[in-house]
Design a protein. Sequence first.
Length: 394
Amino acid sequence: MKYHVDEKGYYGEFGGAFIPEMLYPNVEELRQKYIEIMYEESFQKEFHQLLKDYVGRPSPLYYAKRLSEKHGAKIYLKREDLNHTGAHKVNNTIGQILMAKRLGKNRIIAETGAGQHGVATATVCALMGIKCVVYMGEIDIARQAPNVARMKMLGAEVRPALSGSKTLKDATNEAIRDWINNPVDTHYIIGSAIGPHPYPDMVTRFQSIISEEIKWQLKEKEGKENPDYVIACIGGGSNAAGTYYHFLDDMEVGIIAVEAAGKGIDSGESAATSALGKVGIIHGCKTMLMQTNDGQITEPYSISAGLDYPGVGPMHSHLYKSGRAEFYSATDEEAMRSGLELSKLEGIIPAIESAHALAIFEHKKFNPDDVLVISLSGRGDKDLQTYIDYFKLA
Ligand SMILES: *Cc1c(COP(=O)(O)O)cnc(C)c1O
């Protein structure tokens, strides 16, 4: 079984590039050049220099002693929460801004839901002095005011998406419309391991720095490169794809994905795509997605904005379908409890997305000598108000 993308842009039966004809030249140019550009010596040098000096990599691999004692396994946390801007998303936006420059583009567009990807994109555009337009649903603009302010401070223009449910999927539609109208000068920075080929593979390769570091860090700490399990939460699947990447073909490494069950898989308010989804096409790729019987995309729900996406990237659909990865889903309640537990046991307040990965202990028992690496995809500062309201902390 092959778990990496094939020449046609597929992971098993999933992936591909289902795009309007007007976008074909843009996507095709990227497809032809992305590997060559990405592995040029000058690109690698600039990418790694920025990851080091600007993002603060390598991110630590932290042995969580008290959490380990509590759950009876050797638990390491990959600290993506310590990156500049507070999550893993910047690994991808740094890579893509360098790609855009090599392609001669001088204008960036992006979509954002909660604003995390918008902030990560606005950040690298400020860094490079490149014009940035971020599309965001009108409802999300209202409920994510601090991130809207951040993007504006960083010099980005935030354009409201006024159609449909006025959330992420509508913002994505607006971004695609913009790209169709500005095919020559504009690069579209997609924020997860989703979209038409080559995006899922390109984003995954930029995020694969996570598992590249885990290998040598674990070697230093445990005397071996491979853990027994790698564990990550999945929205679109970019932190998970980066965490799994260098372990995909090592069958002794178990792969665990945790999705957001929201208020419960059967509650009608969920984002557990593997449990509820069917094969369909979303944002230019064939993958598992939540949809009605006539193929309309279902509005997802999760307490964590970053997992509130109705699909998963094509790599993850394949990992699920082929049985290579175990999929679980954690409810809002389980995630919030796990987020509080990490705060109390380790002094680390996680993003609520990352807290879903930690909620694996509500679902699976491990052996005491199992070595686990959990992707701590982001920090909880942005979620403080949600924690306050949920636990009545104020
Ligand atoms: C956006 C986000 C996620 C979900 O995105 P993926 O592409 O699935 O990784 C997870 N954690 C944090 C902290 C995020 O900001």
